[in-house]
Design a protein around this ligand. Structure first.
Ligand code: DAH
Length: 352
């Protein structure tokens, strides 16, 4: 824009003021970044209006030039500020638009999926509730145990071959992930005077190969009753009641002679197959035997009572340790323990 001429500073001031006004008006209708850039080019660009004014400074008397330069710089700063304010306005409007585009508040929301109690947990809770109804207390203990609680105090001395059978994960020389909940028998009897009536549910660990019936992490429910005059008949009655409470009113229990160092006599405990009711030769759940194995039980060994300072001549007791997953397999007719840890929401929902 050649030929800018002004007689005095006042003319320069006026020109700059009117440029600012025109820019402000132009920006009122600018709706996006591109419109801003165009306005900047017209007013502040290299061949824009302000540049033309700056080139004309040379025509002013030498002593007025510095002041003119300052006025121009101030005007440029004011115009830059106008542009910046507009840029912020456009950006925040863009965010608002994007938000209102993405969220359609009238669109029907997906149905929330309700969680449920895990079947193994439910079995444990129901078993505990059954024993609580009969006056037992529920106790919980550590998953990492010293070998004293896990073996020695349970009548399994260091060189005893029964230690092998527990296939334990050792943390160091004397600490292990408990392979059964039986240490809770010792912990409870050391802390309390008889009579003792407890159930102790919890996680256990064994170096077992994983298959449909075994996992390296599983749950047991331990039970212990110690008092005067406790006998095997009480055990049989309580375990029959447990199976009926959890699996149905027609359940029976069967005791098979067995061996555990901490009980004498010892037994493996089975319950009627709830799927076939104990008869079908081709039942997929019990393999036709009619029985499902739940765990071990027996009368507390006198050495165990002596270890905690109880007098085996005066006191007797029974104990059992059942696999919670075994009870859950029987109750929910699931064919593979691995399904319990798959976190498959469809299965959990179906069993809920
Ligand atoms: N602790 C045994 C195991 O895990 C099961 C067991 C057997 C527990 C007999 C008991 C018991 O309390 O009396 O193989």
């Amino acid at each position: 824009m050649p030929g800018f001429s002004f007689a005095a500073m006042s003319e320069l001031t006026e020109k700059l003021a009117s440029l600012q006004q025109r820019l402000a008006r132009a920006l009122e209708t600018a709706g996006d970044e591109r419109a801003l850039e165009e306005a900047r080019a017209v007013y502040l660009g290299r061949s824009g209006d302000v540049a033309a004014i700056r080139r004309s400074i040379g025509r002013l008397p030498a002593q007025e030039r510095p002041l003119a330069g300052k006025e121009i710089n101030d005007a440029v700063a004011a115009m830059e500020a106008l542009l910046e304010r507009k840029r912020e306005e456009i950006a925040s409007r863009a965010i608002d638009t994007a938000l209102s585009e993405r969220i359609d508040v009238t669109f029907p929301a997906p149905e929330p999926r309700l969680g449920s109690i895990h079947p193994v947990r439910r079995v444990i809770e129901d078993a505990c509730a059954y024993f609580e109804r009969h006056g037992f207390a529920v106790v919980l203990g550590p998953e990492v145990e010293p070998d004293y609680y896990n073996f020695d105090a349970l009548n399994i001395p260091p060189e005893h071959p029964a230690r092998e059978g527990f296939d334990s994960f050792w943390v160091d020389e004397t600490l292990l992930l408990r392979p059964h909940t039986s240490p809770m028998q010792i912990r409870t009897m050391q802390l309390h005077r008889p009579p003792i009536a407890i159930v102790a549910p919890g996680k256990c660990y064994r170096r077992d190969a994983v298959d449909a019936r075994h996992h390296f992490q599983f749950h047991q429910i331990e039970g212990l009753l110690v008092a005067e005059g406790v006998h095997f008949g009480h055990l049989k009655g309580m375990l029959t009641g447990l199976c009926r409470a959890l699996l149905g009113p027609y359940q029976n229990v069967r005791f098979r002679p067995s061996f555990f160092p901490f009980t004498e006599p010892s037994a493996e405990v089975d319950t009627t197959c709830p799927k076939c009711g104990g008869g079908a030769a081709a039942c997929a759940m019990c393999g036709g035997s009619g029985w499902i194995e739940l765990g071990g039980a027996g009368m507390v060994h006198p050495n165990v009572l002596r270890e905690v300072g109880y007098d085996p001549k005066r006191l007797s007791g029974w104990a059992f340790g059942f696999g919670a997953e075994r009870l859950a397999l029987a109750r929910y007719e699931v064919d593979d323990v691995r399904r319990f840890i798959d976190s498959d929401p469809d299965l959990l929902e179906q069993l809920a």
